[in-house]
Design a protein around this ligand. Structure first.
Ligand SMILES: C[S@@+](CC[C@H](N)C(=O)[O-])C[C@H]1O[C@@H](n2cnc3c(N)ncnc32)[C@H](O)[C@@H]1O
Length: 232
């Protein structure tokens, strides 16, 4: 499916992989969820929940510099991953936006990178493992190296994510900006940015420091610039 300013999706056809199928969907604020509506990581640094997107309620989408909406013809559950952040008053609270959620906008904007994956692929940023799973299912992909900065996230979610993967993954727990320049690969897919767009300069700089990686793709950069890849 291609991005359009106004998308209409049949709810029954919107298939996302829940990592924890027993979690019930809710549209309540993330900090007021009831038991059974969320699962927290061991030190409660991360929360997995399923956002209830109600029939007919518009949800924001984006593509490059454009924004739009998507409407479903029935209720859908959208898995989401929140991280605790330190608020202005010093209290630890769930971030206002999730690190990752399996919305149409996220899936559509990750797809251009996934379609470029072949050979040895570096995937930076675990999140809900969506791109990692999709990359692992491509015949052209031979092996995968994941670079994720957060050890707790890897220990907590990767065992569940691995069940959906078709190829083994080597894991490096480190800052992508430090670890990636040491790697050799056919392509690196980078999704470590909290917001959409504006990462092209960071990707270009990382590519210049990574002489053994042939191509780079960064989330949000290809639709933004019209350039699909950063070639070294
Ligand atoms: C938006 S999520 C990735 C979503 C993922 N593409 C998916 O399909 O589910 C961003 C991830 O990058 C990680 N991250 C953030 N900064 C990082 C860095 N400097 N190096 C490596 N990982 C980082 C976060 O911990 C988070 O897991």
């Amino acid at each position: 499916m291609k991005w359009e300013r106004q998308l209409n999706i049949q709810a029954a056809t919107y298939e996302v992989r829940p990592l924890f199928p027993a979690i019930a969907a809710s549209d309540q604020p993330v900090d007021t969820l009831e038991p059974g509506q969320f699962i927290d990581s061991p030190t409660a640094q991360f929360r997995y929940c399923v956002r209830l997107q109600r029939r007919g309620t518009p949800l924001l989408t984006w593509w490059g510099s454009q924004t739009g909406t998507v409407i479903f013809d029935g209720d859908v559950g959208i898995p989401a991953l929140f991280q605790k952040v330190t608020a202005a008053d010093g209290q630890r609270r769930w971030g206002a936006s999730p690190w990752m959620s399996l919305t149409p906008a996220e899936l559509l904007t990750l797809r251009p990178g996934t379609r470029m994956a072949r050979g040895h692929v570096v995937v930076a940023g675990l999140g809900l493992g969506h791109q990692l799973i999709e990359v692992s299912r491509r015949l052209q992909v031979k092996r995968i190296t994941l670079v994720e900065v957060n050890q707790e996230l890897v220990d907590w979610l990767l065992p569940t994510i691995r069940r959906h993967m078709k190829k083994p993954v080597k894991v490096i727990v480190d800052d992508a900006y430090k670890a990636i320049p040491k790697l050799k690969a056919d392509i690196a897919l980078i999704d470590i940015f909290p917001g959409y767009g504006g990462a092209q300069a960071k990707i270009d700089a990382l590519a210049r420091r990574s002489p053994k990686i042939k191509k780079f793709w960064g989330w949000g950069t290809s639709e933004m610039s019209g350039r699909m890849l950063t070639d070294r």
